[in-house]
Design a protein around this ligand. Sequence first.
Ligand code: SF4
Length: 468
Amino acid sequence: MKERKIQDECGVFGIYGVEHAASLTYYGLHALQHRGQEGCGIISVDEEGAFHRIKGKGLVTEVFKGDELSAMRGNMAIGHVLYTAAEGNRLENVQPLMFHHKSGDFAIANNGCLVNAEELRSYLENRGSLFQSTSDSEILAHLIKKERSASRPRIHTIIDALNMMEGAFTFMVMTSRRIYACRDKHGLHPLAIGRLGEGYVIASETCAFDTLGAEYIRDVEPGEVVTIDHHGIRSNLYSQFKHYNMCSMEYIYLARPDSDIEGCNVHAYRKESGKLLFKEAPAEADIVVGVPDSSLSAAMGYAEASGLPYEMGLIKNKYIGRTFIQPTQALREKGVRMKLSAVRTIVKGKRVVLVDDSIVRGTTSRRIVTMLKEAGATEVHVRIASPPMTEPCFYGVDTTSYDELISARLSVPEVQEAIGADSLAFLSEESLYVAGRREELCTACFTGRYPTALYHNSAMVKKCKCKK
Ligand code: SF4
């Protein structure tokens, strides 16, 4: 049976021109750990152009040992934290991936998901390429290798390869002398550049810069390839088509609140969305409670706008991972039971407004509402700081298949009944734009308006209601 396409919502990090690059990459990946907890890897290049690699399954603190890291020489490195869904959890898929070619070795790491991966794989396999992983990074590597000749600059080969790719990606390609940072022309996922001493850092989120004391310079633009080497930074556009369709889920749920994405702080965005949510759906209640951690900012905004006290009615066990990014439903359910507790003395006898960032399957919401009522809340009014999620994501965020999305099957009153809430309301699509003062965003999982072409391959037919 053909293996299902791997689903990544990962984190990438790169560093150029700084001593102890591998060790610094460790700290960068640690800051990006929330983007993927299934595996991680670092590849560095030393002064002789030799590549060194450590990778494994598990958390950053589990995979990298201090003595091994400090033995990784070089002032240039790239790293990756991996989230994989279901059967994609194989060591071969843990990135960065390394490739050998007569023109020189290179390494690749990616966050995102190509929508024409099946077509490109068939194209390449028909021309003799053998794949060892299900990662999109390997597709880019084979495309680069196919077109690469000694006389042709590598940047041209990379540009040709990127022009064959459709979907969401933030690739980092590292050769023995430079790093190329590439972002898809739709601008679906974030990738930022910072300055660290005399060198540069690149990361999926700016929170990684703060960890290292790096200074944010700018974002990699949609459709841009940024080359970083001893000449500094150079820019090439691989596409004239360019949009800023940032994944709205980055703001709503995925990114860390201390990150800035395309000029907008994630905490500020969420807080504003909470204020807008109150305007759209006020509730008669005594306190406002947010679901830790990603909904706390929206709950603060709701409380501020409503004048109701913001209370810590739920606490989280910090040592349990996030349920949304656990790869199986069984693990997610187990995670919810272990990670949250209602604070009885806070919620007892109170009418609670429960603010959450999103409802995917509804199982988490049902458990939390039950938990609050068991702790003595007299009413629980659920307010969701995003619209009903009705469509799957094909760009690397595991919002599961159409059948598993509760809002794709049930109306808002039916969802309210299924989760046991006294009332339920969602933020409007319009407010997603207003909260970030944005003109463009990807909102496809709420609206079905996908910013890219969709290829009717088998994985999508299985996932999407709009396919035959
Ligand atoms: S479909 Fe949803 S989760 Fe996927 S990129 Fe668009 S907004 Fe993000």
